[in-house]
Design a binder for this molecule. Sequence first.
Ligand code: FUB
Length: 335
Amino acid sequence: MRSIVPRILAAAALATLSSVAQSQTVPAPVPGSNPIIRDKFTADPAPLVVGDRLYLYVGHDEAKRDEMFNMREWLVYSTTDMRNWTDHGPIMRVADFKWAKRDAWASQAIEKDGKFWFYAAVEHDDTHPGKAIAVAVSDSPTGPFTDAKGSALITNEMTPKGTHSWEDIDPTVFTDDDGTTWIAWGNRQAYIARLKPNMIEIDGPIVEITPPHFEEGPWLHKRGGLYYLTYASLDRATHTDERVSYSTAPSIRGPWTYRGELTGSGKYSFTIHPGIMEFRGHWYLFLHNAALAIGDQGGAIGRRAVTVEYLLYDANGLMLPVTQTEAGVTAPPPR
Ligand code: FUB
């Protein structure tokens, strides 16, 4: 019988050569390049700055094979340098809202009076069929968050004009200079309402503000004297995948002026979702695409990956078009 030792040695040598070859041909990603999170599929990025740290809330995409969405929890990451991200794990599961039955969809957290308020889209149980908006609270941006109300803040019945059951999704929250916090949300129709100071009740009417080609994912922010409503848009006559568009207004109450598209579509992705924040002297636009593969799981509608790019404004405060890149914010800021 021939010895198998030479064959084992040859195999080991080959394995070493192939791992050397691999490490030479596939360089490790530059920390902070896109997608910024690579060990999990993540979507619907929502940044929040607390002190010298930027926190990023995302939905955890866990769809398998041809499943559309499978989202059961929200995760949070943080950074101080926009390069290196700390994983703080799940901050909440959709099961923590006892009245919700599934779908940890888009969210946003905001700080007010020393507490952190987390607003998120979920599927309500059969007592209020359709999507709903939940609110949770924590003493820390990394949680744990608990249901702040014990029931939905917004249910499908509160917006009767809508024609489909997933109209009440994708909350964005914004506190104006007078201390009033506003919440906007929607799918196909966009709405805005004032929150009571307790942050868990709507104060006054729900007003429709649907901008051109609005699909979902609104994001409110203010820079200088200008208010921005940025959102995932879909011009069904010309595009098959969402892009990002925006409107501006001189006041949170409008009137809103449509300013056109800010981005194209995310690579391989039907959805896209803007999250905008200023941090350490730069403005950033967070998005997602479906360009990440993990093992044998390729990107898909339910397996997305968050990205970040610099966001620049012209002299009139209009946002300059943004392209999703691999280098992201590891490249020098464009001028
Ligand atoms: O992630 C689930 C849904 O897809 C979000 O709520 C929408 O904004 C879209 O990204």
